[in-house]
Design a protein around this ligand. Structure first.
Ligand SMILES: Nc1ncnc2c1ncn2[C@@H]1O[C@H](COP(=O)(O)OP(=O)(O)OP(=O)(O)O)[C@@H](O)[C@H]1O
Ligand SMILES: [Mg+2]
Length: 509
């Protein structure tokens, strides 16, 4: 296999029923370069990369490697040419060990003692790029960051010179992201080429040498990252200025809507994940829960929304005890939920957009009449959600799995807010959203707060926490390290609390 010294995509066009995902796209990258690919949700980034990885065939256009045209009919062809891809949703086999997962796609594995060979090579990668993994652990025991390293190693084992990473950081904690960047920079130094997709403009600016911006399937700009800033990139991407600072009106919070008292919840492995936690969220208030994921946030959210039993303690919504009630009952009481794993728990990918728009409310009027669904009402409702949340979809009668990642997230938010809830429990509501959509969703959350709902916001993004929250709680090892009015705390304190090295009690209240 020859090294990829340069790769060019020329005039790439790809249409799906009702949408042209890529239109005459040209893009080039050379050895040692890290190229950022930026664009709004649905701009065509994943489609373009799937073409490069041989998953889709372009309708038009050519791909040249080292100046020679190549035909990539399947991932096998692309792998043979030295192209590797890490998808946004990991594709590892959970019950197999790291070594087994790696050997699965590794054609040069020796027949006898393959593990020994794999471990030897792994050692090499860890020395060369700082890629550390433990070969004998099962995949389900690994953190998201470790799983991602396994995906990268898998691609390297197959001889990848060019590595595509589709939104690799959206599942990583900030320290894991920093580690990943170190690894990618070392890989580039060794002559690899990297294509990096992210919605986080700072990441593109710090990691990449060059950035290509797509809008509605076309290239609308290209820049050297030393010559642009965040504002310029955002403008290139959405064609208008983005407000990075939102204004949050001062409101007097009303009565408590969510009251959690002495709540203890266990995690999947039986360990105590939430420990004797007590707090409340009032009407017209956003309580932001900051913290590195894995500190009990998920279990807390699941216990409140009825997806996981509480060990002890109580959860009350608008004065009603809902501890260990069913998810349906809690939703009927006016609790909406934007889950962390949106593809797994937020939608049913194979059914239509309009059906997904009434999930959890299909058993109630106006959608359910007598014995049947009122399809006119359902379709009208879903068109309204698509319109007001700017979900790009050819129609409401396409399966949700055909939408781009960010558009699925917008659909879930639209659906959850359309129910006029009294409480919204939102886990990472802007994960995977482009800057324009992020601005829109945050404004929506603030508007709903003014209209009187309460929001429990779980986020790892401190900028988001500070923009939206009235009070900030920092979760560490199942406890709050403090619940503090947003104006009385700075980023540095929050950082220390996230690491568990500081505990602050609120002044006053
Ligand atoms: N298999 C498919 N069938 C039909 N339409 C598709 C399919 N895959 C993608 N599309 C459509 O093509 C367009 C581009 O989607 P793509 O996933 O490439 O966007 P993206 O830039 O990766 O967006 P995001 O940032 O939200 O991930 C979207 O309108 C999407 O709905
Ligand atoms: Mg995508």
């Amino acid at each position: 296999m020859k090294k990829i010294l340069s790769l060019k995509m020329e005039g790439i066009t790809k249409a799906f029923p009702g949408v042209i995902a890529n239109r005459g796209i040209c893009l080039s990258i050379h050895s040692g370069e890290i190229l950022g690919l930026l664009g709004e949700n649905g701009a065509g980034k994943t489609t373009l990369m799937n073409i490069l990885y041989g998953l889709y065939r372009p309708d038009e256009g050519t791909i040249l490697i080292n100046g020679e045209p190549v035909v990539l009919n399947s991932p096998r062809d692309s792998i043979r040419m030295g192209i590797g891809m890490v998808h946004q949703h990991f594709m590892l086999i959970q019950n197999h060990t790291v070594a087994e997962n790696i050997t699965l796609g590794y054609k040069d594995a020796p027949f006898f003692f393959p593990l020994r060979e794999v471990e030897k090579k792994l050692k090499g990668f860890s020395e060369l790029y700082g890629l550390e993994v433990s070969a004998r652990k099962a995949v389900w025991q690994l953190s998201a960051g470790e799983q991602q390293r396994v995906e990268i190693i898998k691609a390297l084992f197959r001889g990848a010179h060019l590595l595509i990473l589709d939104e690799p950081t959206s599942v990583l904690t900030p320290p894991e992201t920093a580690d990943l960047f170190e690894i990618l920079k070392r890989m580039a130094k060794e002559g690899h080429s990297i294509i990096f997709i992210s919605h986080k403009l700072e990441e593109i600016l710090t990691l990449c040498n060059r950035v290509v911006v797509l809008r509605k399937g076309e290239v609308v700009g290209e820049a050297d990252t030393r010559e642009v800033d965040k504002v310029a990139l955002a403008r290139m991407m959405v064609g208008r200025d983005i407000v990075f600072d939102l204004t949050r009106k001062k409101l007097t919070p009303g009565d408590p809507v969510l009251e959690v008292d002495n709540l203890t919840v266990r995690g999947d492995r039986g360990e105590v994940a939430v420990r004797e936690l007590s707090f409340s969220v009032c009407r017209r208030e956003i309580l932001g829960v900051a913290g590195i994921s894995g500190n009990g946030q998920r279990e807390l959210v699941e216990a409140i929304t009825g997806l996981r039993p509480a060990d002890s303690g109580t959860v009350r919504v608008a004065g009603r005890d809902v501890t260990n009630s069913s998810a349906r009952l809690i939703s009927d009481y006016g609790v909406s939920h934007v889950p962390e794993e949106r593809i797994k728990f937020g939608v049913v990918p194979n059914i239509m957009v309009y059906e997904n728009c009434i999930l959890k409310r299909h058993h109630r009027p106006p959608f359910f009449r007598g014995l049947f669904l009122d399809y006119d009402a359902v379709k009208e409702h879903s068109s309204r959600i698509l319109k007001s949340f700017k979900v790009a979809a050819p129609s409401t009668s396409v399966p949700v799995k055909n939408l781009s990642g960010g558009n699925i997230q917008k659909l879930i938010l639209g659906r959850e807010l359309a129910g006029e809830p009294c409480l919204l429990v939102a886990a990472h509501p802007t994960y995977g959203l482009d800057v324009g959509a992020t601005e829109y969703i945050r404004t929506q959350l603030l508007e709903h707060r003014e209209r009187g709902i309460s929001v429990l916001l779980i986020s790892e993004d401190l900028e988001e926490i500070f923009q939206l929250s009235d009070r900030i709680a920092v979760m560490f090892k199942g406890e709050f390290m403090g619940v503090i009015p947003a104006g009385e705390v700075n980023m540095e304190d929050i950082g220390l609390m996230m690491a568990g090295s500081k505990r602050l009690e609120a002044r006053g209240k």
